[in-house]
Design a binder for this molecule. Structure first.
Ligand code: ZN
Ligand code: ZN
Length: 329
């Protein structure tokens, strides 16, 4: 089959690899579309994936074309979206409900061959069937949405919150769509990139600007979400949290990023600083929200490129052009 392969640091190619074979509780999925995200760039830079080469792609959906001997839950022809998480279910974190922090954390498209290929293997337990009206090629959005749902779980948002989101890339926009549905009193978005901000405005924001200085809220925001991973944005965001408010680190920063905190204010104003990592018990709910129309795939997916252009798709993503880019095998 044809697959994208990250062969070594900085080198992605599209090449022929052997067709995958399912284990007894696995299915083979013919991929309809696979999304790219920052994780793929990290893998390209030699982070996250313990071993190269790897077939990347952890955001995908497709049609079941083969099943292992012990699979009864899905059959050939079913359309599924795939939760890429592979937990050990044995370590202390798994056993205490923190599976996304598993000591042997693994994921399809990160530590095992992924969906940037004609076919991918996944445990049947990771597959969620798609309802009739959901287009298979749009369902690659469910995985990033499930990360946003996990982020919202961590926030423990209350009705009437004033929310500030840094970044209006795909993840910031997903947070925006969730915030609008969780009873926020206001949802503001800031981004230095005016083209991206325009999309946020189109989806509907209370206010938007290049920086919070242009927004009239001197008392700060109850919930501040960083969806950039950028040090300057994070530093600024920490200072915009209102009394009793929460800052969520949702964007993926580089390992070396450092910011300063104000311990007196954290104490005196009961500020919470927290983070959310990937998916935790949120994939199924994301699939249901997606089926319910929580976001418009035609807005969120800006580019659908052929699988053969995977290296160019990575370049385009790295350059920050567009929103979600998917490759279509
Ligand atoms: Zn991702
Ligand atoms: Zn574990």
């Amino acid at each position: 089959m044809k697959a994208a392969v990250i062969e070594s640091i900085g080198r992605a190619v599209v090449t022929e690899v052997p067709d995958p074979t399912p284990g007894p509780r696995d299915v083979v999925v013919e991929v309809a579309a696979c999304g790219l995200c920052g994780t793929d760039l990290h893998i390209l830079q030699g982070e996250f994936a313990p071993e190269l080469p790897i077939v990347p792609g952890h955001e995908f959906a497709g049609t079941v074309v083969g099943t292992g001997a012990q699979v009864t839950e899905v059959t050939v022809g079913d359309r599924v979206a795939v939760d890429p998480s592979l937990y050990c279910h044995e370590c202390r974190y798994c056993r205490t409900g923190h599976n996304n922090l598993c000591e042997r954390w693994a994921a399809i498209g990160v530590t095992a061959a992924g969906g940037a290929a004609q076919y991918a293997v996944a445990p049947v337990a990771n597959c969620v069937k798609l309802p009739e009206h959901v287009r298979t090629e749009d369902a690659a959005l469910i995985e990033p949405l499930s990360c946003a749902v996990r982020g919202y779980d961590v926030l423990r948002s209350r009705l009437g919150a004033h929310v500030l989101i840094y970044g209006s890339g795909t993840m910031g926009l997903m947070m925006l769509e969730l915030a609008k549905r969780t009873g926020a009193a206001s949802v503001d978005v800031v981004d230095l990139n005016p083209a991206r901000l325009e999309t946020a405005r189109r989806l509907g924001v209370s206010a938007s600007a290049a920086t919070p200085d242009e927004l009239d809220r001197p008392q700060g925001w109850d919930l501040v979400i960083d969806a950039t991973g950028n040090a300057a944005a994070i530093q600024d965001g920490l200072e915009r949290v209102s009394k009793a408010g929460t800052f969520l680190q949702f964007g993926v920063a580089d390992y070396a990023t450092r910011v300063t905190i104000d311990p007196y204010r954290i104490y005196n104003q009961e500020i919470t600083i927290t983070g959310s990592m990937a998916v935790l018990h949120s994939y199924e709910r994301a699939a249901e929200l997606f089926a319910g129309g929580v976001l418009d795939p035609d807005v969120f997916i800006s580019d659908r490129l052929p699988l053969g252009q995977y290296p160019q798709a990575l370049d385009q993503f790295a350059a920050g052009v567009g929103r979600k880019i998917v490759v279509v095998p």
